[in-house]
Write a protein that binds this ligand. Structure first.
Ligand code: GDP
Ligand code: MG
Length: 234
């Protein structure tokens, strides 16, 4: 019986990637609180709930040591679980990031929007690109959070689209992958001022579902699925 139930489980892995201090741990803390409390966020009803507590391994300074991990269950499809990880952003943790990346179905890139971190963010994106070996967007949906938008001197959406274009992660309208261009959210992760924390997770989760169900693990391009609501699936 238990075994049967086990077999039915669908697991999806979503990874928050970005430089140290960009806000990844804060984001999953806020996501955890929002989904635990099941508050209504503007137009959204929450479709996941946390299972157990978050696992966070931090150094004395509060920086993530190794990674953070949380498990969330879909409320509509009880057999569907999201395993959410964050990486430790410091350079020395590169081998660990490579390991944690394995099996990832969707990536949320967390940008520290403060202008003085512009180059560091690009380096982090380049590292992600090298680990994913050409699979970003094509096989692994990518969502961008321009985080810390509550601060002054922050980069805007257009600045980051240019970065994505330079990295060949932004398709023109004549390419049928363009519907899967990364969605860019301007976020704040701090719980009391949170902005688009659930929404950015939701869109990544939705895209991982669409890639699996309609694209056989790839971005479906024969039909425009990008606006398709798979609310029932997440
Ligand atoms: N002002 C502001 N601070 C943030 C935001 N997100 C995270 N922080 C702060 O940035 C610092 C680093 O955040 P943390 O989540 O530990 O970053 P991580 O290394 O990516 O996990 C902490 O002091 C957070 O409170 C945000 O959206 N706005
Ligand atoms: Mg952290």
């Amino acid at each position: 019986m238990t075994e049967f139930a086990e077999e039915q489980k669908i697991n999806r892995k979503i990874l928050y990637w970005g430089i140290a201090g960009s806000g990844k741990t804060t984001i999953i803390d806020t996501l955890y609180k929002l989904t635990k409390e099941q508050e209504k966020i503007k137009e959204h009803s929450i479709t996941i709930e946390p299972i157990g507590d978050l696992n966070k391994i931090a150094s004395a300074s509060g920086a993530t040591l190794y990674f953070d991990r949380g498990v969330f269950q879909s409320k509509k499809q009880k057999q569907l679980y999201y395993h959410i990880f964050t990486v430790a952003g410091q350079n020395r943790f590169f081998p660990l990031r490579e390991k944690i990346f394995k099996g990832t179905d969707g990536v949320i890139l967390v940008i520290d929007s403060q202008t003085n971190f512009f180059e560091d963010n690009i380096e982090s994106l380049k590292e992600l690109k090298s680990i994913t070996k050409g699979k970003l967007i094509k096989e692994i949906p990518l969502i961008i959070m321009l985080n810390k938008q509550d601060l002054k001197e922050v980069i805007g959406e257009e600045d980051f689209i240019q970065v994505l274009k330079n990295e060949k992660l932004w398709y023109d309208t004549d390419n049928n992958l363009h519907v899967w261009n990364p969605i860019i959210y301007k976020t704040c992760a701090l719980y009391d001022q949170q902005k688009d924390i659930y929404r950015s997770f939701f869109e990544c989760a939705r895209r991982t579902g669409i890639y699996k169900i309609y694209g056989n693990g790839k971005a479906p391009i024969d039909k425009d699925f990008s606006k398709l609501s798979i609310n029932d699936d997440i």
